[in-house]
Design a protein around this ligand. Structure first.
Ligand SMILES: NC(=O)C1=CN([C@@H]2O[C@H](COP(=O)(O)OP(=O)(O)OC[C@H]3O[C@@H](n4cnc5c(N)ncnc54)[C@H](OP(=O)(O)O)[C@@H]3O)[C@@H](O)[C@H]2O)C=CC1
Ligand SMILES: CC(=O)N[C@@H](CCC(=O)OP(=O)(O)O)C(=O)O
Length: 345
């Protein structure tokens, strides 16, 4: 059975951990390189005892030096690094002939000016933006196999775009009327020391943050604009909730089509999509049904009083929102079954 040699750059963080969980048992992946500056020299099984007994549990973390990464023979590198940092590694590793699946935001936006507006800095590798493929398989599947550089979508954007795209494409909602609220588990913020993320600061509590212009708005509006065929400007309010993993998103928009047309648009768009589970009208998506998986669950309802449709989605921010979706991209990139290594419930 063909196995592709894999590097995970930034393997000690939360998305790195999820990638290891999926790749250590993936039938077509051979983990040959994991990096962490703080854990260089330690074995995977030492840092993450849950992997004791796995085939590559004795593989040691190395410092993230492009020469050393390429010397491991890795063919595909997953970048699980902070935005702004990932782009430099993408450039160096592409030069060395690796294919890249980047989980950061560095290559999701097409316009470097929009990157600067939302991320505050000049884009670190604008010359690569044109060739990067936005890796939302349900929308861009055909572009993935020939890509050298895949930008895995953000966690919030995945949960917001997948329910909306079919309705915007079919012109069943007013694009200027979209209002979204999302709730995310704390792992969404990454494994970093931050006072506001301490247990006593966020457990038993919930709060909005990043208002009114969370950086994911740039990516969401870009992708929704393409589906609508016109500029989309919308409202998005993320909230932090005291769970480890999971994103629950509620979106509402003014209906311009009929409920029957909305039902049909969603059902047609996702009839053959393994990882999109439609709960139908009245279905309220619940994070407990998707955590630890690569599924996104989508339900919907109509509010006759306001003439709005409500779209209710749930995914795991580390699953369909990050590591799972990255592995889905890997499967498509390498010509494997799209569900390989992702068949858990
Ligand atoms: N958490 C989530 O739910 C999601 C995250 N993402 C994105 O994925 C990326 C990774 O996120 P996440 O795993 O949460 O982040 P973490 O903070 O948990 O992990 C970051 C990793 O990158 C390494 N790292 C940090 N700084 C540098 C640097 N300057 N040079 C080299 N390595 C570095 C860290 O290891 P060390 O410091 O030891 O080198 C660690 O392994 C981010 O861009 C994030 O925004 C995307 C979707 C969802
Ligand atoms: C709870 C929490 O803090 N979530 C993160 C999610 C962002 C994320 O994952 O960032 P990328 O765009 O790099 O994918 C945030 O709001 O910043």
């Amino acid at each position: 059975m063909k196995r592709v040699k894999i590097a995970v750059i930034g393997a000690s963080g939360y998305t790195g951990l999820e990638l290891l969980r999926l790749l250590l048992t993936h039938p077509h992946a051979e983990l040959v390189c994991v990096t962490s500056r703080q854990n260089a020299g330690r074995k995977i099984g030492e840092l993450f005892p849950r992997f004791t007994g796995a085939e590559s549990a004795d593989l040691k973390f190395i410092d993230p030096e492009p020469e050393a990464i390429a010397a491991t023979g890795a063919e595909v590198a997953f970048l699980a690094l902070p935005h702004g940092v990932a782009a430099g590694y993408a450039s160096s590793l592409l030069e060395k002939g690796l294919r890249i699946i980047d989980l950061s935001a560095d290559f999701r936006l097409e316009d470097p000016e929009v990157y600067k507006e939302f991320y505050g800095d000049d884009h670190p590798a604008p010359e690569l933006l044109k060739e990067a493929v936005y890796g939302l398989p349900e929308v861009r599947r055909d572009a993935i196999p020939s890509a050298r550089l895949i930008a895995a979508p953000g966690c919030y954007p995945t949960s917001i775009s997948l329910p909306l795209i079919p309705l915007l494409r079919e012109k069943l909602i007013d694009p200027s009327s979209i209002v979204t609220c999302s709730m995310s588990g704390v792992s969404g913020a990454g494994k970093k020391a931050d006072l506001s993320l301490l247990f006593c600061e966020c457990n038993e509590s919930a709060r909005a943050y990043g208002v009114p212009k969370h950086r994911h708005l740039s990516e969401i509006e870009q992708e929704l604009g393409k589906a609508a065929g016109e500029k989309v400007v919308m409202s998005f309010t993320p909230h932090l909730i005291p769970v480890h993993n999971g994103i629950c998103t509620t979106t509402s928009a003014k209906l311009t089509g009929t409920p029957e047309e909305v039902n049909a648009a969603l059902e047609t768009a996702y009839a053959d999509e393994h990882f999109v589970r439609l709960l139908g009208k009245g279905g309220c998506a619940d994070t407990k049904n998707v955590t630890g998986t690569n599924f996104i669950d989508i339900g919907w309802e109509y509010d006759e009083r306001t003439g709005r449709v409500l779209l209710l989605s749930a995914e795991d921010n580390l699953g369909k929102g990050a590591g799972g979706q990255a592995v889905q991209n890997f499967n498509i990139l390498c010509g494997f079954s799209e569900t390989a290594g992702l068949q858990n419930f």
